[in-house]
Design a protein around this ligand. Structure first.
Ligand code: HPA
Length: 283
């Protein structure tokens, strides 16, 4: 069962062949949050369709390309768009881009997503560091025969969201005069939004945020020992909190509205993560 490994290796080599930069940090940019990749300099854009075995995103607001470029002084690989379980992809396909990051030699990632706010102290447009997750997607990309070349059969998830990265993100947010919350992200299958009763249930079990992504990517990242920082943008309050229907349009509009501060935070955080000795390129 070396299939995923060999496919990820081939995809990684095909990406690296097309650029001279060697990205140190991987980014996966969520709904309405992909604009950061447009701000990279010296960039090479590779449509997902041109990367072997790469899943193609179908969601509106997801461009579907990998952009390799410089964020200031930091070489990064940014996925502008991701794929979701609700699109009909398998858990392994959803995690595949993270596998490719791993084979590209990337040892730290920043994941962003749009999420519904369950915690009543959040407001629309709030940015929230994910401190932990609850996987309610009913599946796991690590299920099936384990590939030891990626990582162990039973990977630990106690420190899935790197504490030191959260601390430095909080410090950089403070420098920028931004409020940065912290919370637990619950991932559901979707694509329907939750019912108010489901949101009440999620609050009861300890979730602050709800969304349809990120968790499979984190599971694959941690399987490979890749360190993770994840940030949600509360694009809407979760179902039933405000007496109004949820819409994907609202999700995209809020992403657009927080773009500038979100990008400033990413730019400030990247060089701090790059200086983590644990993620130095392996010889
Ligand atoms: N629920 C699930 N996913 C989401 C939401 C939500 O309210 N907002 C953005 N993604």
């Amino acid at each position: 069962m070396n299939d995923q490994f060999n496919l990820a290796e081939a995809a990684a080599q095909s990406v690296l062949q097309r650029c001279t930069l060697r990205p140190r940090i991987g980014l996966i940019l969520g709904s309405g949050l992909g604009a950061f990749a447009d701000s990279l300099t010296d960039s090479t854009r590779i449509p997902f369709a041109e990367i072997p075995a790469f899943p193609l995103s179908t969601a509106i607001g997801h461009t579907g390309q990998m952009v390799i470029g410089m964020a200031g002084t930091v070489p990064v690989a940014a996925m502008q768009g991701r794929v979701h379980l609700y699109e009909g992809y398998s858990p392994q396909q959803v995690a595949f881009p993270m596998r490719v990051f791993g084979r590209m030699g990337i040892r730290a990632v920043i994941l962003t997503n749009a999420a519904g706010g369950i915690n009543l102290t959040y407001k629309q447009g709030a940015l929230v560091l994910i401190s932990d997750h609850i996987n309610l997607q009913g599946n796991n990309p690590l299920a099936g025969p384990n590939n030891d070349r990626f990582g162990p059969r039973f990977p630990d998830m106690t420190h899935a969201y790197e504490k030191s990265y959260r601390e430095l993100a909080r410090a950089e947010a403070r420098n920028l005069g931004m409020t940065l919350h912290e919370g637990v992200y619950a991932a559901l299958l979707g694509p329907s939004y939750e019912t108010p009763a489901e949101i009440q249930y999620l609050r009861t079990i300890g979730a602050d945020l709800v969304g349809m992504s990120t968790v499979f990517e984190v599971l694959a990242a941690r399987h490979m020992g890749i360190k993770v920082l994840a940030i949600s943008c509360v694009t809407n309050m979760a179902a039933g909190i405000l007496d109004q229907p949820l819409s994907h349009q609202e999700v995209l509009e809020t992403g657009e509205r927080v773009k500038t501060s979100f990008e400033a935070l990413l730019r400030a955080v990247l060089p701090r993560i790059e200086s983590d000795p644990d993620i130095a390129p392996q010889k």
